[in-house]
Design a binder for this molecule. Structure first.
Ligand code: CTP
Ligand code: MG
Length: 239
């Protein structure tokens, strides 16, 4: 099977605070995006990487990756402009894939420290016949479902406590048969559906999604504290 990775990196990173787009922020001396692309390029399962950059930053991202990555990594890399939502950005990445790609891994640039073993496991599970695969980890916290406050500003009432043992926090890369991912993204546009992850679209349109073990280091850099953790993980790896 011929697998490609699509890397949505077009977000602004509003929750991380003011500064450059999140994917371009520094982590241990290189942009977050460079870490993510390196891991994918290191996976023997991945033959091509499509980076989806902020629409006004395509040239900058191209130059930065050309500079930071080796010749071998650059040979399999293309950079395309993203959209206003993550889902639009993933679609832009899918549109840039050559016809001969039959497996797609979608990986958030914002998960720079995912171990290559997770990438390989996701790709392998698709190769073995799954149409959609997500890496996931158990939840540490108990989760509550809440309702609207009785009056605006009042405390939110708790409605229920889902059984934590049946819940998972999902990560990326999420892996798909290419035809399945193309189809659900096309349907999502036609029906005006917006999902926070790609597997969510597969579920929404009746497909089967399976889970493989994720990894604690595949966490998403979302808030400032996540960047502190990411720096510490890198320092630990380097020591
Ligand atoms: N993403 C994208 N295009 C968008 C929005 C998000 O490619 N229009 C990408 C981000 O660059 C990131 C991934 O989707 O790699 C996950 O999104 P998230 O963590 O929400 O990143 P941001 O949208 O950049 O952050 P925020 O929501 O805090 O603004
Ligand atoms: Mg976002």
């Amino acid at each position: 099977l011929n697998a490609a990775a699509v890397v949505p990196a077009a977000g602004r990173g509003e929750r991380l605070g003011p500064g450059a787009p999140k994917a371009l922020r520094d982590l241990g001396g290189v942009p977050i995006l460079v870490h993510a692309v390196r891991v994918l390029a290191r996976s023997r399962a991945v033959g091509r990487v499509v980076v989806v950059a902020p629409a006004d930053g395509v040239a900058e991202v191209r130059a930065l990756l050309a500079d930071a990555l080796g010749e071998r990594e650059n040979a399999v890399l293309v950079v395309v402009p993203g959209g206003a939502t993550r889902q639009e950005s993933v679609r832009a990445g899918l549109a840039a894939l050559p016809d001969d790609v039959d497996v797609v891994l979608v990986h958030d640039a914002a998960r720079p420290l995912v171990p290559v073993d997770v990438v390989d496991a996701v790709a392998r599970t698709v190769a073995e016949g799954a149409e959609a695969v997500v890496p996931a980890v158990p939840l540490a916290d108990t989760v509550k479902q809440v309702g609207a406050p009785a009056v605006p500003g009042a405390p939110e009432p708790v409605l229920s406590t889902p059984d934590r043992s049946t819940l998972r926090a999902v990560q990326t890369p999420q892996g798909f048969r290419r035809d399945v991912l193309d189809r659900v993204h096309t349907k999502a546009v036609a029906e005006g559906v917006d999902a926070t992850d790609d597997a969510g679209l597969v579920e929404r349109f009746g497909g089967r999604v399976v889970v493989v073990p994720g990894h604690e280091e595949a966490f998403k850099v979302t808030r400032p504290l996540d960047l502190v953790l990411a720096e510490a993980v890198l320092a630990r790896r380097r020591s």
